[in-house]
Every structure is written in C-alpha cells, then in structure tokens.
Design a protein around this ligand. Sequence first.
Ligand code: ZN
Length: 336
Amino acid sequence: MAALSSPDLTLYDPFARMQLVAPACFLCGTPVDPARDNVPVFAPWLTQRYQLADKEIRLLDQSTSTFRELTIPCCPRCHHAHVDALEARVEAATAEDPAGLRELDEQTLFLWLGKMFYGIFVNELAREQEPLIKPRYPLAENRTLFSRFRSFFQVLQALRVPMHYDDFVPGSLFILDVDLGPDEPAFAYEDDLATMVFSVRLGRVVVIGCLLDNDMLRHVMQRVYDDALSRPLHPVQLAEFKARVYYGAYLLSAIPEFFPRPVKPGDTVLVMDTFLDDVTGSVFSPWDNMAYAQTLEELWLPWQISLRDILQNPREPLSYLYDADGQPRTLTTFPL
Ligand SMILES: [Zn+2]
C-alpha cells in the first residue's frame, strides 16, 4: 500500500540528452503533442486580468510573439496537478491586491517566477532552431548559460516533485512597492537570461528574482532592500534598485550546484543539498563603479540620465535611492 501512495521522487534532466526543445513535457519528459498538450508561459489568469493575450512580446532574435502564443509542452497530468495548482495559489493570493504576493511562501514565489523564466528560455531556444534564423550569439552554444539552467532546472522541479531545499533558498527574491504614473501599464516583466534575473510587476507591486544565487544577492543587498521597503519607490528609483540587482548578479562568480539526497523507501519528499563552487575564494567579483554606472545608464534610459551625470563624482555614482547623507530619499516627481 505504501508503495502505491509514495510520490515519484525521480528528477528529470532534459539537459542530459538535450531534450529541451523536444516534443516532451517540460516537467517530466513524457512525450506529448505540443500543439495540444502545452501550458502558456504566462498563466491564463494573468493574461485575462491584465488583458495581455494579444500583446506582443519581442524575443532575442527580434521576432515577435504574443502572450497567448508563448507556450511550453506539458503533459495533462503535470498541467493540472502541478502547473494549475501553482498558478491557482498565486492567483488567489493576488486576487484582492497584488501585495498578496508577500503572503506566498518563498518556494511558491520562486517556482512561479521560475516557471515563466524557464518557459521564456525554452521559447528562445526553440526560435533559434528554426532554419532561417542565424543568431549572432546562439544560446545553444553558450555552455555557461546551459550549466546554469541545468542547475536551476533541478530546483525548479519542486513544481512536480515534492522537494525540500535543506538550509538554503535557491534564489534571491525582492518584493517592492512602486508609485506609478497614470500611463504605466498594469503589468510588466523583464528577463535577463545571462544573469538569471527575472522581474514581474503586477500593478504597483514588483517582484524581482535572481533565480540562481542561493540568496546571496539578497544577503549583500539586505540594507538597500530594507531601505527600499520604507516607502513606495518612484520608477526612477525602482530602475536604480534593478541596476543594483542586475550588476550584482553579473558579479556573481560562484554558481550553486544542487544534489538530491538518495531516496529511501517510504520517503515522501526529496531533500536537496547545495554546494557553492567558489574556487576563486570570493563569491562576487570586485565592484567597478564604471561598469555599474553603465548598467544604471541603460536602466535610466527612459529618463535620459547620461553617464556623465551618473559619474559626476566617480567614486559615488548618482543615486536617487539615497540622498547625499546616505539616507533613503523620497521622490514624488522626476525631474526634481
Ligand atoms: Zn509531465
């Protein structure tokens, strides 16, 4: 009897035989017909609530897709038992107010962001396989990127396999309030495959995840994060916070690896351990103000703040999160 009710704790590794774009369930590997058996990368409740279905998404090869079209192969069992169940939790938590994202446990939030992020990655890869597309920097040849996604996918499988991360959190998650202008869309997302950073904004609440860092970025950014929580951020301040996340993630030199503990008869949860390969002795490469300023310039593009302005004091790049005395600053309008 016990054997019948024991969950399957076997992990699936689509990276072993490069099945990432095969017609197989992204979670368990069961062969499927992707035209019929798939899940949208952005859940139907999300596209309905924010009227996104026909909105365009631009992919890395500059082709466009829509929120509705962006799907990932998924077997009916994983679809209903795992993906729908996860999405229902997030939908319910945010139905009244997107601030309900804060009520979700860390693993749920990590898996919710992770599912979308992985879905985008697989779609980008599939696009590269099309015969007329010759990407300049093919993802498929980027070994660092692949080993990152392979590690990431192991912990993402908590979506299907009951899993306990032993004494670690696989990613850094930040949830912030932002004060938006009337013209801002109600939904926004940003992904960066190279740094594994993904963010989603539901109304005035934004969640930013660095999805493969064992929570190290949040650890080093704890003070900035605490300060950022003290008031809703102006969008120019949110952009600065994101610049710190992107640049911090870029400096990360140690990539976590994960190891499932051997399963014993009767186990109902797979326990994952982690190991951080920091052969160089430091988790982050040294901070460089010039490189950080360039990241900031890019994120501040909508406000047209030049690199010269940012580096007026080369030792102290321009900040709108903090005033000259290092105190959190409140911005209601910009330009000031
Ligand atoms: Zn499946």
